[in-house]
Design a protein around this ligand. Sequence first.
Ligand code: ADP
Length: 583
Amino acid sequence: MPSAAQAPVTGANIIANTLKDLGVTSIFGIVGVPVSDIAEQAINIGIRFIGFRNEQAASYAATAYGFLTGKPGVGNASENNFPLLLLGGSIETHLVTKGGFQELDSISLLTPHSKLSVRPPSVDSLPSIIANAYRCAFYGRPGTGFVDLPADIINDPLTSDDFEYIHETPRVADPPKGASDVQRLDKVVNLIKGAQAPLVLIGKGAAYGHAENVIRNFINRTHIPFLPSPMGKGVVPDSHVNNVSSARSAALKSADVVLIFGARLNWIFHYGEAPKWNPAAQFIQVDISPEEMGRNAADAELSLVGDVAVVVSQLAQRLSGWKHEPLGSEYIKDIDIAKQKNEQISALAAKDSSIPLSYGRAFDVIKKVLHTLSPPSDGGICYIAEGANTMDISRSIFPLEHPRLRLDAGTYATMGVGLPYAIAAWEAYNGPNPQASSGSAPRKKIVAIEGDSAFGFSGMEVETMARMGMDVLIFVINNGGIYFGDSNSAEDWTTKQGKTKRNEPGLRSWALGWEVNYQKFAEACGGIGFLVRTPEELQNATVAGFNAKVPTIVNVIIQSGKVEKATFGWQVSPKRILKSARL
Ligand code: ADP
């Protein structure tokens, strides 16, 4: 803690020192009055400040950094359950309710979206309040701890009285890990042993909880088929023989006992309900959050509350010597047939030789080049995927052998997270104080696969990457529009370039600029860019972008106006929900 002799000392010094005491090494934010001095003081004591071009983007990045490192990211989000310490500035205490500059009751605004929202009443309370918000963010179910910081508390010089009352920052140890109650475990184990068609769902809670070794052992020993969620990929390698991702629909239709390791029965898993699921399926939730239990089709009586790694090892102990015997089972036969069929469809899509490229072909080219440069077994690439078709189709094409190497739009399907998440991943894996780990590669190439619409939400963050020396490789999958693009509008666009044909009544709402030179964003900021149309151009640009030491945008012109999904629908809702939505 600074002493009065080092004056002028302000709340900003105390805040920066508290963050350092808590072990914070990077902050994601945007400066402005009154928070700028917090960032300045943080930089002075060796904390890296990553200044964004948009506050939303900074918060997105901080949450993803929290997910990858297991410690709250610090930034200026709640739906993904990622840990975040959010620091916001506000007007001077004596101006509250007077209509001061940018006055906002941010505590009321953020209370429903955070685990703790608090405004320190005095400068001496800063260390304990910040430490508490930090602790709340990652103890129990991860979420947001928000501290509202009035300008006077940040900027006024400390008095000798203040010094007298300021205490050391409380130590925040790693969160304790809970185990499940034993009676419940016995009940669940009997259910698993009696299952004809068991299935394990692996969610991003398992990735966040570093449960990979325990879950791999569990699957290896029990032989139960498993299905990862989009961000649960890699907890067990995608190449594992029990992975049923390519037979997703068949597995959901037949599974009778479903173990859920760190995932929710929300839209991503179709609420656990028919028509996607077998209506007789019984769900065993393993989750850190008691409030999650019994949600939708789940039965709270079968739920195991605790840390996923701890609870799965409890289960494994009790199932020791038992394995699911798939021989002759209709369930496994159905899955195998579906796997073969779907894998054939994907293989065909990958061979599509048309120009402009299809999604399937473009991703196949990128994948093959990247795998040559960095085999999946090393875990040397962290993928970010964002957009509608771009995200959905690429998910099944890029396999992962290690966890925490894929980030996407997540639980809230938020657009605009792609570039900030890429920055977070770069910082977590390659920053001066990397705390995240996965696979054997010490350093990771960050590859962001962005739809052209998705890219637009936070496109300016390319400048952040360039300024911070982050060599992220970005693919803009460019079909000139939202979802499947709009090739008709393209003709309207060419009209504007001087041709005669015009589509009435003009541009559709799906349309974006036709063949926009997104690669020039990188060039403008000090990175490099490529516009590609053919497989060969895409190959060369991928190699160059992978090896580049600056941010690189590969602008891939693909087919427009055509949905080409070799994958499976997400948003199938139970009938009664569809009905009420129509009213
Ligand atoms: P996905 O999107 O991958 O399906 P969700 O975000 O819906 O996953 O669910 C993740 C779940 O994991 C949340 O319900 C969260 O409470 C839970 N979770 C997070 N960390 C842990 C942990 N260490 N142990 C058990 N559950 C966890």
